[in-house]
Design a protein around this ligand. Sequence first.
Ligand code: NDP
Length: 237
Amino acid sequence: MPVRHCLVTGANRGLGLEFVRQCLARGDRVVAACRHPGKASALNQLAGLNPGRLRMLPLDVTDPKSHAELARELDLLGEEGEPYRLDLLINNAGVLHSGERFGRVSAANLEDSFRTNAMGPFLLTQALSEKLTDGATVANITSELGSIAGLGRFGTPSYNISKAALNMATALLAKALADRKIAVVALHPGWAQTDMGGDQATLPVADSVKGLLQLIDGLKPAQSGGYFDWRGERLPW
Ligand code: NDP
């Protein structure tokens, strides 16, 4: 099997860093995109352990100019004069503004959440679409909190709204890329033990990412445009 090329956003910590670790461990070539590669000590360590297989590139997912710059940098990574080809794009970067109360939800939180969690993945996928191989996968890391059908309490509205928008972006991208057999899915990672997940989180990041990569590897064309959790269960929109 030819070497897989993966790109992970928000790769410097949390689930993104674990995606990088597990993709490297199975032999993939990985581009780890994050806001400040120079400060990403865990990634720099991994790069030292995996010479030639891990590249770190700067990316702010909220900034379309940063997407274009990343695309230009990827063009330089093509092997033996061939254009750079991407087999797996993991739109993982995300933000959660906690402590929101009805009556006090701010435009700033809503805007930042939308730009990071929905606009970013949609526009980045668009910007990199020409580099995706036929049959590639785009994994949008969403949340069960983006499910309208599964809505519980009034908890984190900026986050819920932005992840629901990401779910719609996933369905639209699946349609746009279907003729190239590119699968686009919305994936909930579970309540994972990261900075965002917080102290009460129950799921080790390694288990979450292992489950998500298994699901991605086994995706069938009919599952493109779907919404799944880390165990492969379909979630209600
Ligand atoms: P973390 O808060 O641990 O990490 C978030 C990552 O996103 C960091 O690398 C952060 O970079 C990056 N990021 C945020 N904003 C930007 C930006 N504008 N440009 C580039 N990178 C950015 O979160 P998790 O690892 O837990 O979350 C990963 C994904 O999983 C998110 O999409 C999240 O919504 C989703 N998720 C997580 C759950 C959980 O329980 N942990 C549950 C459900 C969904 P920096 O260090 O520069 O801030």
